[in-house]
Design a protein around this ligand. Structure first.
Ligand code: ADP
Ligand code: UDP
Length: 236
């Protein structure tokens, strides 16, 4: 497999073409961003931790019956994935109240959400990823009804695999965002699952171990990400 040119560079990853038209390389960079890219920093080692934690979680999801784009690790900071036609919708599941849900609904942070809340957001930085519903997705043809149902089912199915996985590592999976794409008529989980796109709290103290540390200057992000990897048993 040969790596060809850059397809696009996102805020934290660069996507590269390969000589296989069905495969891409995700290069996890050391960039940390928040507030749609307004806040930015370079944190040496972040790309490697995220690449390895993502590989670990994607493999667990795949084993649990979630079809993913992940093929294999290529290097410390690169993974080989299937090339997807990305659906521009973010699927969020919340087990505990945090972030935008608290602001929007005036709910206290940390309140248990039973059943978990499911939300769709439009992936659009200029519009600040607005919350959308199934009606918007249908009318604007961002995805078919079948794809919407599949994304929702897979995102909730992932919760049943991930909540106990993190619980065993002494971590509460507060909320997370998943992105999906099309691959030869199938809907596959794409993008990444890392502490950049979820909230993880220590189960005892509720200390934050995710990107909120960077968003709100609450502590050392790299130390927290290393701790997450260590607790999951991911070798770095
Ligand atoms: P952002 O787009 O939020 O700045 P990243 O820096 O993570 O995010 O960029 C990665 C980009 O690659 C995202 O736009 C994501 O939707 C896209 N992507 C992730 N996985 C795949 C895939 N398997 N095929 C095609 N594109 C992908
Ligand atoms: N999230 C993400 N990318 C986004 C928006 C949200 O990864 O563009 C994740 C975020 O890290 C959290 C969950 O989705 O785990 C819910 O985020 P929320 O709606 O609370 O937004 P935020 O407070 O992060 O703006």
């Amino acid at each position: 497999m040969k790596i060809l040119g850059e397809l696009y560079a996102g805020k934290a990853k660069t996507v590269l073409r390969t000589d296989d038209p069905d495969a891409l390389v995700l290069r996890f960079r050391d960039d940390a961003t928040a507030f749609d890219g307004v806040k930015h920093a370079r944190l040496p080692g972040k790309g490697t931790v995220n690449n390895k934690v993502n590989a670990f979680v994607m493999e667990r999801l795949e084993r649990g019956g979630i079809p993913t784009h992940f093929i294999r690790l290529l290097s410390d900071h690169e993974s080989l994935v299937r090339r997807l036609d990305m659906i521009p919708v973010e699927c969020v599941v919340r087990n505990l109240a945090a972030g935008s849900l608290c602001k929007r609904l005036g709910v206290e942070e940390g309140r248990e959400l039973d059943p978990p809340v499911f939300e769709f957001f439009l992936k659009n930085d200029e519009l600040h990823d607005p919350m959308i519903n199934e009606s918007h997705i249908r009318t604007f043809r961002w995805a078919t009804e079948e794809e919407v149902a599949r994304m929702k089912a897979l995102t909730l199915q992932a919760n049943a695999i991930l909540k106990p996985l993190f619980q065993e590592a002494g971590l509460l999976l507060v909320d997370y965002k998943l992105e999906f794409g099309r691959f030869h008529g199938q809907v596959l989980l794409g993008d990444e699952f890392t502490p950049d796109g979820c909230r993880l709290w220590d189960a005892e103290s509720r200390r934050k171990l995710d990107k909120d540390l960077f968003r709100h200057d609450l502590g050392d992000l790299m130390q927290a990400y290393h701790e997450v990897a260590h607790r999951l048993g991911v070798p770095l």
